[in-house]
Design a protein around this ligand. Sequence first.
Ligand code: NAP
Length: 425
Amino acid sequence: VSAGNSSVLVVGAGQAGVQLAASLREFGHEGPITLLGDEQHQPYQRPPLSKTGLSAGPVPAALAFRTPEFYADRDIDVVVGTHIAELQTTDGSGIATTDDGRAIAFDRLALATGARARRLRVPGSDLRGVHHLRTVDDAAALHLALKRSGRLVVIGGGFIGLEVAATARSMGWDVHVVLADDRLLNRSVGPVVSEFYLQAHRRRGVTVHLAITPTRFLGAATDAVTGVELADGSVLPADLVVIGIGAQPRTELAERLGLEVADGIVVDAGGLTSDGVTVAAGDCVRCPTPIPGRGPDTVRFEAVNTAIDQAKVAAATITGTPVVRRPPPWFWSDQYDLKLQVAGLSSGADDVVLRGDPADESFTVLYYFQGRLVSADCVNRPTDFLAVKACLSADHDVPKEAAADLGTPLKRSVRPRQPTLQATA
Ligand code: NAP
C-alpha cells in the first residue's frame, strides 16, 4: 500500500482526533480514514461544558465540531459509541478489535485517546450528588443537579473547579472551593494571577479553603451527599459536590502496544511514538516543549490549541507534509465576567512585569526569562493577549521597559529579537 492510499485508524474522536482526520485529508491523504470514539455522541467540543453548557444545559448537536456532511464530504468514517478491546500491530499496521467483536484493519494508527477525570478515592465518593466533569453526559447530569440551588462544595482549584464555581455562583448557589495547594490555578498561571482569582471569587461570594484536603464525604444515611469533612475535622454542609482534581491521560492502548509511556504517551516533535510509526496527539501525549531555563523537555499540556497543533503535526508526519514551526501554547478560561487568556509558558520565568492594576479587573502579567518575553497572563485584556501571542509566534520581543506602559498598545512595543529557545525547538 502506498503511503497516500494507506488506511488510517484514528482512535479517539475528541479535539485532537477530529483535527487529525481532517488534516490528513487536507494534506492529500487518499486512503480510508476511520475516526473512532467511545462516547455515544458525534464528536463534540468540551470547553463549553464547564461554562455556558453547564448553566444552559449541554446540547450535543450544538457542541458538535462538524456537521455529518463535513465527514461525509471528506470520506471520513466516524464510528462512535465503540470501545477498542484489543489492538495488535506489526511495524505499525495491524488490527483493532472492538468490544462488540468487530475487527478494523489499519495500515497506520493514530492515538488521540485523550484523558479522563482523576477520581478522588475517599470514603463516600460514590454517594449520589458527587460529580466529576469531563464528558457531555457528565455536564448533562451536573446541569440537572444545579437546577435547584443549594450548597455546592467544589474540590480542586484548577480550571474545572473555578469555572464550575463561577457558573454555580452565578446561578445562585452557595459555593465553597477546597484545594490542597496554597494557590488557585497553580499549574496554569503565576502567583499574581492566582491571588487575583482568589480575591475575585471571594468578592463574588465564594468561600475558598486553601491548603486543605477532604477526608470523606458524609451522607451514608441518605445515599446522597450531605457534607464534606476536611482534614482539620471541620465539615462543610453540601447538597452537591464537584471534583475537579485534574486529568489522567488514557494510555492503556499505548501500553498494550508496548509504546513508551511516562504519564502520557511519549512522542517526538513529529508526533511519532516510540515504535517510530504510530502517531499520537492531544491530552494523552507527552511532547517535547521548550521550557525557559530548562531547555527542551517533554510536557503534557492539556489545551485545545495544543491538541490542534499536535494533530496537524501528526497528520503531516503520516502524509510527509512539511509543517511550519509550532506556535506557542495558549489557552483561556471564562469565569463570571472575567476572561483569562494565557499565551506561552511562564514556568521557569525569572522576572515579571505588571501591566495595569488587578484592582480594576483588567490587567496583564508579562513573564520574562533572561530579559526576553516568554509568556503573558491577560485578564480582560484581549488586545494584550493577541499582541503577545503574535509576538511569541514571530519570535519577537517586548522590551521590559515598554511592557508596563498602558498608554502604548502592546503591539506597538513588539520588536524583533535574536533566536531563542523557542526558535530552536
Ligand atoms: P487542573 O486544571 O489540572 O487542576 C487540577 C487541580 O486539582 C489542581 O489545583 C491540582 O493541584 C489539584 N489536584 C490534583 N490532584 C489532586 C488530589 N489528588 N487531591 C486534591 N487536589 C488535587 O484540572 P481540572 O481543573 O480538573 O481540569 C481537568 C482538565 O480539563 C484539565 O486538562 C484542564 O486543563 C481542562 N480544562 C480546561 C479548561 C480551560 O482551559 N479553560 C477548563 C476546564 C477544564 P496540584 O497541581 O497541586 O496537584
